[in-house]
Design a protein around this ligand. Structure first.
Ligand code: DP6
Length: 411
């Protein structure tokens, strides 16, 4: 006896994304719409991703969820129940791809409950947008399970948005805009792909994990306080973001790193300035973050051009964008300025770490970067992830399944 029909079970993965023009502030908390449009790079799933298995069965007595192996209450989680309800509303006839047999008729879906098991391959809530990958993955996996049909383009991104705003951008690869939308029902507050993952394959990202601890102020509550108190945020959303979005999209399409990098750094700095302008102020960056900023500026000053660009989300970790031709040298200097703890791998990508170790770094560059940061202290940076631009959600095979067909429970 099995708990669910394996043909009514899907496992998917979804990427995270790191905004270069930030979403900060909600126009409607109810619909989870933003006060400004935003844009992000989708990161490759080889490195960081969410994996989610969903299964449906008439024998399940209620919807259940396991997150990173721990069961969470579904009923009390409004965002989760909203996403499940909205994807379920788009359900169609579920047909077995091999035989053409109808496994579940559209009208019968209300008799089914779902079990969901999800995990991240990176530290949850360390400011690495784990909720983005998680809700994108859930929305995408449920859409596969229910054979959901969108009633308009981008409807699934509008659903993912209601799980977590930034999640809507993780439903596409490459460079993605979340347009804030104008309609009262927010149906046009959706993600749109600006360029796919093949457009700029040389783009790289190094993620410097300054702390893998759960962050202090959640994005949702931080944004609430910022919207209520920061005049700078109001001005930013009303006057500054739109021209910056147009500029960064043009730079990305032209593969102009200097233009892309400058807009990225300026916008990250402005986002954190709005946090400081919030009353009481919110601090996401710490001394290590600020040292990382100075190191990147020293690197660029040495080269006389913007060749690396940092951005920080709601946490102290730096994501530093660069290109394939500079990534080994950048990692080499940064590893000297921010040595990881003894015994830890220098970088998630062993081949790149070896390339960086073999780099012949000019003395002047090293002196400039080391001079810009205070005394290097092992452990200020815990870990460095190396990654690149990647594709959108994928359907995986049974080998990645996280629900046991015999029991219906998380494996
Ligand atoms: C700083 O998408 O996590 O990463 O919609 O409340 O779930 P909620 O917020 P969330 O906020 C992300 C904020 C950010 C900037 C960004 O990703 O654009």
């Amino acid at each position: 006896m099995s708990a669910f029909d394996e043909r009514l079970c899907v496992t998917c993965s979804a990427p995270t994304n790191i905004a270069t023009i930030k979403y900060w502030g909600k126009a409607s908390a109810e619909l989870n719409t933003p006060i400004n449009s935003s844009v992000s790079v989708t990161l490759h799933q080889d490195d960081l991703k969410a994996i989610t298995t969903v299964a449906a069965s008439r024998s399940f007595s209620k919807d259940r969820l396991w997150l990173n192996g721990k069961e969470e209450d579904v009923e009390s989680n409004k965002r989760l129940t909203t996403v499940i309800k909205l994807v379920r509303a788009l359900a169609g006839d579920k047909v077995d791809a091999k035989t053409g047999e109808v496994l579940v008729y559209k009208a019968d879906w209300p008799q089914y409950h779902v079990h969901i098991a999800s995990r991240n391959t990176f530290p949850t809530a360390a400011g690495l947008a784990s909720s983005a990958a998680g809700y994108a993955c859930l929305t995408f996996a449920l859409a596969q399970l229910f054979a959901a049909c969108e009633t308009y383009d981008g409807e699934l991104t509008a659903i993912a948005r209601q799980g977590s705003g930034s999640a809507c951008r993780s439903l596409y690869g490459g460079f993605v805009r979340w347009q804030k939308g104008e309609r009262a029902d927010a149906a046009d507050s959706i993600a749109v792909q600006v360029a796919d993952e093949a457009h700029w394959p040389e783009l790289r990202a190094l993620i410097f994990v300054a702390s893998a601890a759960k962050k202090g102020t959640s994005s949702t509550s931080g944004m609430g306080t910022s919207v209520a108190t920061s005049e700078l945020l109001r001005h930013r959303a009303a006057a500054l973001v739109e021209p910056r979005l147009a500029a960064i999209e043009a730079a990305y399409l032209a593969r102009d790193f200097a233009g892309f990098g400058r807009a990225t750094m300026v916008d990250s700095n402005q986002f954190h300035a709005t946090c400081l302008d919030t009353y009481p102020p919110i601090f996401y960056m710490n001394d290590v973050s600020r040292a990382l900023v100075q190191a990147v500026h020293a690197f660029n000053a040495h080269h006389g051009a913007i060749r690396a660009a940092y951005t920080f989300d709601a946490g102290p970790n730096a994501v530093v964008y660069t290109t394939a031709s500079d990534v080994a040298q950048l990692l080499a200097v940064m590893s000297r300025a921010f040595p990881v703890p003894r015994g830890a791998p220098a970088c998630s990508d062993a081949a790149l770490a070896a390339e960086a170790a073999a780099e012949d770094v000019p003395e002047a560059l090293l002196a400039a970067v080391l001079g810009a940061v205070r005394e290097p202290r092992a452990g200020d940076v815990q870990m460095v992830y190396a990654t690149r631009v990647g594709d959108g959600p994928r359907v995986l095979g049974a080998a990645d399944r996280m629900l046991d067909p015999a029991t219906g429970l998380n494996t």
